[in-house]
Design a protein around this ligand. Structure first.
Ligand code: 5GP
Length: 200
């Protein structure tokens, strides 16, 4: 069995991370999604414990203080973080865990867990990105402007990532991500134990 690992997916708001991750999880029931904690208010249809764990700032600060988060960051004015215990338990079990997090969080993961795999999801163009953020209809005008401006800041981190996936069509982006996972599972460092078995 291949060792478990973290697959970090970042990219600007509107690149389609949520849609790509959802499809990826639908098609691959062995993949595990890390549900983040956030102080953002739920959008219509979002479910606590499924999309996010929705908490207030006091609860969030407490989790940070208790060292319960693998990484955390303030993104577009709200706090987000990855529960540490769940993720580490899953890796221990040999699972591939998907973290859909921003670039600041990804850089923290890179420091504490360098063997993670980092994927940057890009829109086909910045015009398309703006259209997608606006079309979603869940953000205010001000929020859309913040998210679009932040997109350019996030792009500056692209060199820190291992792979780029352009989300021109969801299914193509999903297939490319699946190819990355398949290749990463075959990395020698992740399957050393198999070699031991064959030799014995
Ligand atoms: P949204 O509010 O649209 O769900 O997410 C806003 C941004 O926060 C996205 O870029 C998303 O990837 C990021 N995000 C979601 N969960 C986490 C997390 O646990 N940690 C960090 N650092 N970013 C997160």
């Amino acid at each position: 069995m291949s060792k478990g690992f973290l697959l970090v997916i970042s990219g600007p708001s509107g690149a389609g991370k949520g849609t790509v991750c959802k499809k990826l999880l639908e098609r691959n029931n062995k993949l595990v999604f890390s549900v983040s904690v956030t102080t953002r208010k739920p959008r219509p249809g979002e479910i606590d414990g499924v999309n996010y764990y929705f908490v207030d700032e006091k609860e969030f600060d407490q989790m940070v203080e208790n060292g319960e988060l693998l990484e955390h960051a303030c993104v577009h004015g709200n706090y987000y973080g990855t529960p540490k215990k769940f993720v580490l338990d899953q890796i221990e079990k040999g699972e591939v865990v998907i973290l859909e997090i921003d670039v600041q969080g990804a850089m923290q993961v890179k420091k504490s867990y360098p063997e993670a795999v980092f994927v940057f999801l890009l829109p086909p163009s910045m015009d398309e990105l703006k259209n997608r953020i606006a079309k979603r209809g869940t953000e205010t005008e001000e929020d859309i402007a913040i998210r679009f401006k932040n997109a350019f800041e996030e792009l500056k981190f692209i060199d820190e990532y291992d792979y780029i996936v352009i989300n021109d069509e969801v299914i193509r982006a999903v297939e490319k991500t699946e190819a990355i996972i398949a290749a990463e599972k075959l990395k020698v460092k992740r399957i050393k134990s198999i070699l031991d078995k064959i030799l014995n």
